[in-house]
Design a protein around this ligand. Structure first.
Ligand SMILES: [Zn+2]
Length: 240
């Protein structure tokens, strides 16, 4: 019996390792076609707590690609609400990922500047949570050959998208229907969906629409890691 149990565990373990997300190549979709990964970039913002309320009320886990510094101020500035929002995202079971420190176009930077954009975000995460992400989305989805070499060296899963809601072009309440229509037309399973929690209409209007639409199609909303077969053990590095 014990031997049988060991065999089963070995089998499950092997299957699990085989399902790990690749490093050093651009990932645009989920490996599980029954899942959808909703992703929110550029936050945290003042709208993020309301987004977390909506996700929680629907029992949905999402992925947040975080800009650690830049125009909004640093996520590890404890005089702001940003550290506690990051902690809440983590505590509620969502995935945190990197979107660089200042939202720079990595392909336009020298190696050292590129390295600093990623490394500074790692440091900011460490200061707040004591660990940092292994998943990254380069701003503007821009990552040249040198950038990909660096991602490989630094051990990052590079996440692109295959459904762009273009919510950043439809931020007005009278235009958000365009993003809804785009989502409805393009989402059929296995998609990584791009939206932004810095826009109010994305939070108050688009998110519930996306959840209702994908559920009506029998799809399961999960984190990027889970849609690639990584249930959390590979999401972060550093101490805990
Ligand atoms: Zn962005």
């Amino acid at each position: 019996m014990r031997r049988l149990l060991t065999s089963i565990m070995l089998f499950l373990g092997a299957k699990h390792v085989a399902a790990q997300a690749p490093i050093g190549q651009i990932i645009t979709g989920c490996s599980d076609p029954g899942t959808i990964a909703l992703t929110f970039d550029d936050g945290p913002s003042v709208y993020t707590p309301q987004l977390l309320d909506i996700l929680s009320a629907n029992g949905v886990k999402a992925t947040f690609f975080i800009v650690g510094g830049g125009w909004r101020g640093a996520i590890d500035d404890w005089s702001t609400q940003w550290p506690s929002i990051l902690q809440r995202i983590h505590n509620e079971g969502h995935q945190l990922a990197s979107h660089t420190y200042t939202h720079a176009d990595l392909s336009s930077l020298s190696w050292d500047a590129m390295h600093a954009e990623v490394g500074n975000n790692e440091n900011a995460f460490m200061n707040v949570l004591g660990f940092f992400p292994t998943y990254i989305r380069p701003p503007y989805l821009s990552c040249s050959g040198a950038c990909m070499d660096m991602m490989n060296n630094m051990g990052y899963h590079v996440i692109n998208v295959n459904v762009d809601t273009k919510d950043y072009e439809n931020t007005d309440s009278s235009m958000i229907w365009v993003s809804k229509q785009k989502f409805e037309a393009e989402v059929w399973g296995g998609n990584i969906v791009l939206a932004h929690d810095i826009h109010e209409q994305t939070v108050v209007s688009l998110t519930q629409f996306m959840i209702d639409t994908l559920r009506a199609r029998g799809l399961r909303p999960v984190t990027v890691g889970e849609c690639l077969g990584d249930w959390g053990e590979g999401w972060y590095r550093g101490g805990r």
